[in-house]
Design a binder for this molecule. Sequence first.
Ligand code: AHM
Ligand code: MG
Length: 341
Amino acid sequence: HAAEAHRTDLMTLTRHVLNEQSKHPESKGDFTILLSHIVLGCKFVCSAVNKAGLAKLIGLAGDTNVQGEEQKKLDVLSNEVFIKALTSSGRTCILVSEEDEEATFVDPALRGRYCVVFDPLDGSSNIDCGVSIGTIFGIYMIKDKNKVTVEDVLQPGKKMVAAGTACTGALAWVSTLQLVLSTGRGVNGFTLDPSLGEFILTHPNIKIPKKGSIYSVNEGNAKNWDEPTARYVERCKFPQDGSSPKSLRYVGSMVADVHRTLLYGGIFLYPADKKSPNGKLRVLYEVFPMSFLMEQAGGQAFTGKGRALELVPTKIHERSPIFLGSYDDVEEIKTLYAASV
Ligand code: AHM
Ligand code: MG
């Protein structure tokens, strides 16, 4: 109850996941351990970006390190933190990061059954102006950790066992970090309580509105769009059914744009265009986790050809066009693509 001044029964992320896992008698707590290492990475990214941002803006100590060397770029640093946290968890076997050309195969002595695909710091172009950034992750599970190949992560998104995002924001003068997670039974949102260092369940069972009033796209690419995308966006502005035009919102950080779409409804588009026939966003660690969350929240995710989660990636950094969000809004663009073939 929001009016309760002091909560004493805190539903932390760990408690929530343990509750969920207890329904699986075979569960040994591995997922909970893995998740706690992912959470560490997410917290690190948020804290590093906050610190660096403050240091840059008001010149706090920390903009150069003790040796006076130029600091590592935040995305490189964030990636290192994730790779180290995930390998040391003892629960992973393959890691695919946006930052690394090749997949990382975990040392056999430290191997577990989970594969993690992630974008450690999404939205990096927004760091210097203090606008939302975050982390995206997806998790697969393999059968045999002794026979690990890259094929184990070249699996359709519907095979993921979990996906999530962490996204920074601000409330008054306090910076916030929100984590959204699905383990395949709905979507839940958690907010970091900085005084406890814990994520607390603040958005139980997120359901995306069936139809939204916002569209989110980089309209600067309009001259290169294909016909169905162009017609769809035109309809957002000049609806044919007498409804009000949609509002345009575009942060330019996928984590933030999709987070808003989940909570408020609407549609997020990163279509193909003449210059990038496969769009911009990467299948494994951007398109799949976000599509997984959308479907779990009752929305849809479409590539222009079919259901996003059915895509079978052929390489780890593959790209795909993506249209995701409220069920009815995605249905409309599906109709336009179906009519165009
Ligand atoms: P990045 O991984 O280099 O940050 O690029 C991905 C980002 C997404 O967060 C965002 O949706 C998209 O790029 C924005 O692209 P554009 O600037 O072309 O609109
Ligand atoms: Mg990214």
